[in-house]
Design a protein around this ligand. Sequence first.
Ligand code: ADP
Length: 513
Amino acid sequence: MQVFQKNSNIFNLLSEGVSEGIVVVNSEQIIVATNSSAREMFGYDTDELEGKPLDTLIPSKYHHSHGGHVDHFIEKSEKRQMAKGRDLSGVRKNGEEFPVEAGLNPFKLYGSTYVMALVIDISERKARERELSHWAQIFDESLNEIFIFDKQTLKFINVNQGAQHNIGYSSDELIKLTPIDIKPDIDEIAFRKLISPLLEKTEKKIQFETIHQRKDGSRYPVEVHLQLSNLGDREVFLAIILDITERHNYTEKLEKTVEKRTKQLTEALAKEKELNELKTRFLSLVSHEFKTPLSSILTSITLLGKYTQTEQQKKRDKHVDTIRNKVKYLDTILNDFLSVERLESGKVNYKVETFPLSKLVNEVIYDANMLLKTGQRINYPSNIDDLLIKFDEKTLELVLSNLIHNAIKYSPEDSSIDLYVEEQTDKLVLKVVDKGIGIPKEDQKHIFNRYFRAENALLNQGTGIGLNIAKQHLENLGASLEFTSEENKGSTFIVNLPKELNYSLENETNTIN
Ligand code: ADP
């Protein structure tokens, strides 16, 4: 057809100014004309395409379907964009395929039907689209939460899947919210102040930790990275959120461990300190408690040596008594100290057996009589000869002598001390009653503490150990010790010995000394 010939001015005039490729085919789909854009696009020289089938420009895999498509257009004589909704490819002379967009314009000329295809190479656009969709995919699939929100209204514009998933709101719900709605600890004033360095451009990025609240009300700690970003020609905020629950848990765990260890260390140090203090106290007690009786023993021995005459027997007896008393006292406190050590190290073994109470009482009273002050006397029951008792004898002796020695020590001359034995249905009760100095009310709660001595007792010798070990031994054996006391009136110490002892003995054959 003349009009499409190479030198046809009309076609050249019409087609060369167009940037799209133009390919005209006849009803047999033979290319009858191309413009230079089309030739460049497909990589052909002038005239090379004319007379060739349209399929030359179409990858072979599309040949069949394509033919039908074009025929249909020609029949219908419609002007339409080809391959709408599906990707269309062209093939260059060198075999390279590339994406195209084509518009088909059927027309008639001098009675023949032609189709003019307007072809655009969309390789670059496709590449850009691919890149964009890749970024969109990264945005959406990111496990970190990404929020985009408006610079002024602070309303969310876009929120990735990760964020929707964790916060529990859908994107439709989120676009009605602002970051403040999901931050229970930050109000609008505080938030606007927080983002002001970004708006004033003094900072490019800010980072802070806060709490996010999910739709279901649960909360989780987050680290927020916030910056301004451009969405088209609009400035928006871009927030990347890291859920730091794990980090927090780890830190919390670490803090707890540190706290626990510090506590253990402090306790160990305190114990160490207490032990040191006890040691110091013990040493000063020992030196004091031993020194006084030892020096009076020494004095008595010195004097004894001087009373050589027969008629001085009374004086000699007095000093022998003193020596006996002091040695007895030293023996008692030494036993007390040893008892403390055994109780502390858990090395006490009791020997529970049945014995007559009267035997023990007689021994204790006999020893105690030697300690009596002038005019003091001990009253004790004479009708207990038949009373058998099942207990650790050494322990009961230690307890009873401690109580009676205290009664003597803390009572004035000419006062009486009473020992009562009461047999009740389930227990045997021993009471030591004195009319002595008593225990001040405010000191009573401490009286069983080791080394504790009441204010009014300090003029008397003592270690503050006796009651403590007595109570511990009794309780170890299922018995108990209690008291009532009134200052300047007297005290009553009560030992309750249950008839059925409920304690377990590991080795009954060992005794406490
Ligand atoms: P100590 O060696 O000091 O007598 P104890 O443990 O036997 O040690 O007694 C502790 C403290 O209890 C005494 O220092 C004293 O203050 C008080 N106490 C004990 N028995 C009596 C008592 N019968 N009358 C008054 N106070 C007593």
